[in-house]
Design a protein around this ligand. Structure first.
Ligand SMILES: Nc1nc2c(ncn2[C@@H]2O[C@H](COP(=O)(O)OP(=O)(O)OP(=O)(O)O)[C@@H](O)[C@H]2O)c(=O)[nH]1
Ligand SMILES: [Mg+2]
Length: 239
């Protein structure tokens, strides 16, 4: 099945070329990479254009301003679907997600799983660089979402995913407009509620070594209020 890896970028100048090289190693002839750049001030978008000239598997989607992860991914998903992708992947461009894991996610989707999640919190998953504090915040956030949504998925906030095409054609993508973790929670929750098969595969998650994080307090706060809202919408039959 033909796969498109969606790679959102905002100031990932140092990471982009090594990431594309690593993906080129693991992707198959027919697979593609779509960089979605929100006018990065550091010139990541221009670099992507330049790199695409020598890399036929690469497409670049330029957006005029930074609106956060949700709108960037939704635009990327639509472009990937329009170009005929049968599998659509989400992945960070900071090497937190190991490109070497991509074939495992693709294989699980090809075997029939509708949404495959790279998961830090199932047996075999790991986050080697995180201390107790960071771990507690992430686990707490996941537990909060799990309980409020009544979901048994262990890693609801992760951003390393592989969707089968039909999944993205079914859920209401326009409604998924969150800027951070809430986007990951909402998409997975909608997929589960629509009755699709979801499976978690263990991954090891590494901290970025180059560039800076775009996560902020407001993004955590967004997840805190969006999760109960999601549940209320679901209960009211409006999801
Ligand atoms: N196009 C686009 N990409 C973004 C935006 N915000 C973040 N990204 C990209 O999304 C990916 C994840 O963002 P990070 O800043 O690494 O956030 P994170 O991985 O959740 O947090 P850290 O653990 O702190 O790295 C990276 O590839 C970013 O460049 C945005 O507004 N638009
Ligand atoms: Mg990151």
């Amino acid at each position: 099945m033909r796969a498109t890896v969606c790679l959102p970028t905002y100031n990932e100048l140092e990471n982009l070329e090594p990431m594309l090289d690593a993906l080129a190693e693991v992707l198959r002839e027919e697979d593609r990479v779509l960089v979605i750049d929100d006018a990065s001030p550091d010139g990541t978008g221009e670099l992507a254009d330049r790199l695409s000239q020598s890399r036929p598997f690469l497409d670049v989607l330029h957006r005029s301003r930074k609106e956060g992860l949700g709108p960037a991914y939704v635009a990327g998903f639509r472009r990937a679907l329009a170009s005929g992708a049968e599998l659509v992947l989400e992945m960070d461009c900071d090497f937190s997600h190991d490109p070497a894991d991509v074939p495992r996610l693709i294989a699980a989707a090809e075997e029939g799983t509708d949404l495959v999640l790279g998961s830090r919190y199932v047996r075999g998953g790991a986050i080697p660089n995180w201390g107790v504090g960071r771990r507690a915040v992430s686990l707490g956030g996941n537990l909060y979402a799990q309980i409020l949504l009544g979901s048994r998925i262990r890693d609801l906030t992760g951003g390393f995913k592989c969707f089968r095409r039909a999944v993205l054609e079914t859920i209401d993508l326009d409604a998924c407009d969150a800027r951070g973790y809430a986007f990951q929670i909402e998409t997975t929750y909608r997929v589960q509620r629509a009755g699709f098969r979801v499976r978690e595969l263990p991954i090891s998650f590494s901290d970025r070594t180059r560039g800076t994080s775009k996560m902020s307090r407001s993004i955590v706060a967004e997840a805190a209020w969006k999760v109960p809202l999601l549940r209320l919408r679901a209960l009211a039959g409006r999801l």
